[in-house]
Design a protein around this ligand. Structure first.
Ligand code: HEM
Length: 191
């Protein structure tokens, strides 16, 4: 897998999410809402590859899972890109809708953005060396915090009859991903 592939995939997914949102939305406002929604949705598979790369390789060692590990840094950066597009899209939507977000969303989602950018900025050998054990603490906390924000967002969809199916798929994928991480960790501990 080429180094550029994860970033190109992130770029194509984000452009596709914004373009299809505005094409499918019945008017400009609905288009902006769909673009905000879909820019985060397309980030989920990118996030899950970065979140699961090493667990998948522990459970199913092979060429494909090895390439996920080798390109994990690029998948993480691709996720930071897709969520930067989500940030621009959601600010645009909330501004034209005249709908300020709730304080809890700004705090919870805002901290997720702090983690996304801290992780992106420290995704290099120099930072790994400088931060030592704190590097893996930062990245472990950050990736699970982002997982939690995704889970809470999709869990919120379960109450909405028109979006319940999206909530079920999102929550299901995230719980399955956590189970795979636990299984991989547990396997490592077996003699
Ligand atoms: C301050 C930060 C954030 C704000 C204000 C915000 C706001 C929004 C808005 C306005 C939408 C569209 C809502 C709609 O469908 O009407 C949206 C969708 C979404 N956001 Fe964010 N967001 C933030 C950060 C995040 C983060 C960090 C994540 C994930 C880690 C996330 C996950 C999602 C998901 C999954 C959806 C779409 C759910 C679906 O597929 O239907 N958001 N967000």
């Amino acid at each position: 897998m080429s180094r550029a592939l994860p970033l190109l995939a992130g770029l194509a997914l984000s452009i596709g999410a914004v373009a299809s949102g505005f094409l499918i939305g019945a008017n400009h406002l609905e288009g902006a809402q769909l673009a905000a929604r879909w820019t985060s949705r397309v980030g989920l598979p990118v996030f899950l590859i970065a979140y699961l790369a090493s667990s998948l390789h522990k459970i199913w060692p092979g060429d494909l899972t090895r390439t996920f590990i080798r390109r994990r840094r690029q998948w993480g950066l691709a996720f930071a890109w897709t969520h930067s597009v989500h940030l621009v899209a959601l600010i645009y939507f909330l501004t034209i809708a005249g709908m300020p977000p709730e304080a809890v969303t700004i705090l919870g989602g805002g901290l997720a953005y702090v983690m996304i950018y801290l992780m992106a900025l420290t995704s290099n050998n120099w930072s790994m060396k400088k931060l030592g054990a704190n590097w893996s603490r930062l990245h472990k906390f950050g990736i699970h915090y982002i997982w939690l924000i995704y889970l809470l967002t999709y869990a919120g969809r379960l109450e909405d009859p028109s979006l319940q199916h999206i909530g079920i798929i999102g929550v299901g994928l995230l719980i399955l991903a956590l189970i795979l991480r636990i299984v991989a960790r547990w396997r490592k501990k077996l003699p």
